[in-house]
Each structure stands twice: as C-alpha cells, then as structure tokens.
Design a protein around this ligand. Structure first.
Ligand SMILES: [Cu+2]
Length: 306
C-alpha cells in the first residue's frame, strides 16, 4: 500500500480513538512527559487501552469542532510556495484568537509522505484569520500539521494533505541509525524507544568532535522533537526535560526527552536545535520496541517476522 492509501484508511479508523487521546495532550504542560502526569480519568471510556494513554495526533483535519482548511489541496512544486489555510471553528468561522504555545500562536510542520522535506515553520495570520507561510515543495504527497491552542480551547494538532504536482519518486525510509549529521554537526541518539511506556531519549550534539555546550533556546527550549510514525504519519511533538534558565538544564551537549510511542514500528524523528543563531534539524529513523502492553508482545515471540 502506498502511504496515501494507508493514511486514508487510518484516518477513518483511528480518528475516533485518537479523539480522546488528543484531549489528553491538551492537559500536558510543555515540559512534562506525555502520558505520565495527565488526568487518567479523561480517557476512562477507552477502557484503559494502551493506545489511548499516549498522544497520537495529526491524522485528522477536524477535531474538537476545529478544522484545518487548506486554501488549496493541490499546488505546484517550487521554492517558497505560499501555503495558505484557515482554522475554522464549529460554526465554520475562521479562528482569529490563539493562545501562545512555545512562543508562537501556531506551529506548522510540513513533510512529504516519504518523510523527505521536513519543515517546521511559523505562519503569519491576517485579520480575517487566514494563515500563510512560504514553504519548499517537491512533487509528491505532503502532510501539513497545524499545532496550536485556540483561545478557550485545548491544544490540537490537525493534519491535512497537499498534493504537489509533478513526477514523484518516493524514497525509502532511511535505515535505522543512532547518529545523524547536519551542517557539520553530529547528533547521537541514546535510549531504547519502547511502545506504550515513557521512553527516555537523549540526543548529544557535537561539532568537529567537540561537545556543543552553548546551544541557544529555540522557542523556549533547547530542542524540539517531532516524531512521525512511518506507517501513517501519526504525529508526536515532544519538548525536552528542563528549560533554559531553570538553573539546572545545561545548554548541551545533551538534550533529554521523555516520550511515549503509541505503538512499535518505525518512526522518523526530527530534532530542531539552535546554535550560533541557526536552527538545524537532525533526522533519525528509529525502530520502536513493542512495549509491555503492546498486543504484539503476548504471542508473537516466534512469529514476529510474519
Ligand atoms: Cu514551531
């Protein structure tokens, strides 16, 4: 199956399940491990299913009455292509009031279905509530995630698809690796990502073999981590433990995250960090181990390769 076909199927099947999970996400503060300190009663209807205790998001364009409406779902490829959209509320009106969330009213993540071309940008909004931002697009199917807090509402991540015209040559997911390089920086990942329980992931940033100890705060943190599930682009946005200026969090070389992956399988991680006034993104493919409550762990020990 292609990624778009999978997405289509998953959106229908999982949107309902994830609706409750999304609301739990709203209760999580910026530096709190997802799924750890949230109000467990919120999702009692999910009968304590493991899937509901974590925060998958971004599979649906509509959630909680809010809808991500792209001005166009088909655009031409190019550099700095203007992407326009609105967030509408349950009455269909454009939302114009937002609550700052990590120093911005809205975070937009754009990525192609094969995980290429990741961009994390901050659109500007006009008085009528139309957001716009230039992005670089190559041919292919892209997913756009809007991560925001509407005034009076909860944190939401809505996802919608954009088709970019042209010949699309989807790339295979890069192999699992614990080292990534970007612009002369080397980032090493330590930790064992595991499904359905908090996983500690530590990234260590070096340049020319020397630890980088003067990372700069970017959007109120030394790092921002977006994880996308390879099978359906389920979205997790994770903030690190500790924050700049708290007196205990060093400015590198290590950046630690707690996150709970909603399932085993392959994920692509995108770590944004800022150094010498430039924000860079280190990308990793990780294979998440089945967790203690994963349905795969009970009887698949001899059948895992089928
Ligand atoms: Cu952002």
């Amino acid at each position: 199956m292609t990624a778009p076909q999978k997405i289509a199927g998953f959106v229908v099947g999982l949107a309902v399940v994830f609706a409750a999970a999304l609301r739990i996400g709203a209760a999580v503060g910026p530096d709190v491990a997802p799924g750890v300190t949230t109000d467990q009663s919120v999702h009692s209807e999910e009968s304590a299913s493991a899937a509901a205790s974590v925060l998958p998001a971004g599979l649906s364009a509509t959630e909680d009455g809010y809808t991500l409406e792209l001005a166009s779902t088909r655009v031409d490829a190019g550099k700095q292509v203007p992407l326009r959209f609105r967030i509408t509320d349950a009455t269909g009106a454009a939302v114009t009031r937002y609550v700052d969330n990590h120093e911005k009213q809205l975070h937009l993540i754009v990525v192609r279905g094969d995980m290429a071309g990741f961009q994390h940008v901050h659109p500007t909004m006009d008085a009528a509530g139309t957001w716009s931002v230039p992005v670089d697009l190559n041919a292919g199917d892209y997913r756009v995630f809007a991560d925001f807090v509407p005034a009076g509402g909860d944190n939401l991540t809505l996802g919608a698809d954009v088709q970019v015209a042209g010949r699309y040559d989807p790339q295979p997911l890069p192999p699992v690796a614990t080292t990534a390089t970007v612009d002369g920086y080397t980032v090493k990942l330590a930790g064992t990502p595991t499904a359905n329980e908090p996983s500690m992931l530590t990234f260590s940033v070096t340049r020319d073999g020397k630890p980088v100890t003067d990372l700069q705060p970017y959007l109120g943190a030394y790092g921002h981590l977006v994880a996308l599930r390879a099978s359906d682009l389920t979205y997790l946005h994770v903030h690190p433990m500790g924050e700049p200026g708290d007196g205990i969090t060093p400015a590198g070389p290590e950046i630690g995250f707690h996150t709970t992956f909603p399932s085993d399988g392959d994920y692509r991680l995108f770590l944004d960090f800022k150094h010498q006034n430039v924000v860079r993104t280190a990308e990793f493919t990780v294979s998440v181990d089945p967790g203690p409550q994963s349905p795969m762990t009970t009887e698949s020990s001899q059948g895992h390769d089928h």
